[in-house]
Design a protein. Structure first.
Length: 102
């Protein structure tokens, strides 16, 4: 029977500085882990946003979106040119902003 020595060199989390838990092999630190278990789960929960919606876009929509179908079409076209966001996303947000307005 082989005796396994305990390794004392623990790696530290890059985010919080606490010790990283042992890896798959018993008593050995993980070779590629950069974060502790708590920081790893927090990083997993954070989804990167595909589009960034700014408050000034809301203000512009609230001020200019009303005025008939042709007016809404012009407002959407201008926002597409200025922001680079897709029409379906701007239209979705515009409809949700208008529902919040009343």
């Amino acid at each position: 029977m082989r005796c396994v020595e305990l390794t004392t060199d623990s790696r530290l989390c890059q985010q919080c500085g606490s010790a990283i838990e042992e890896g798959r092999s018993r008593n050995k630190p993980p070779t590629e882990a950069k974060y502790c278990l708590r920081c790893r789960t927090e990083r997993r929960r954070r989804a990167s946003l595909k589009y960034v919606w700014r408050p000034e876009y809301d203000e512009y929509l609230k001020a200019h979106y009303y005025g008939g179908l042709n007016r809404r079409f012009q407002v959407l076209n201008r926002m597409i040119r200025e922001t680079g966001l897709p029409r379906r996303y701007i239209n979705y947000v515009a409809n949700s902003v208008m529902w919040r307005r009343s």
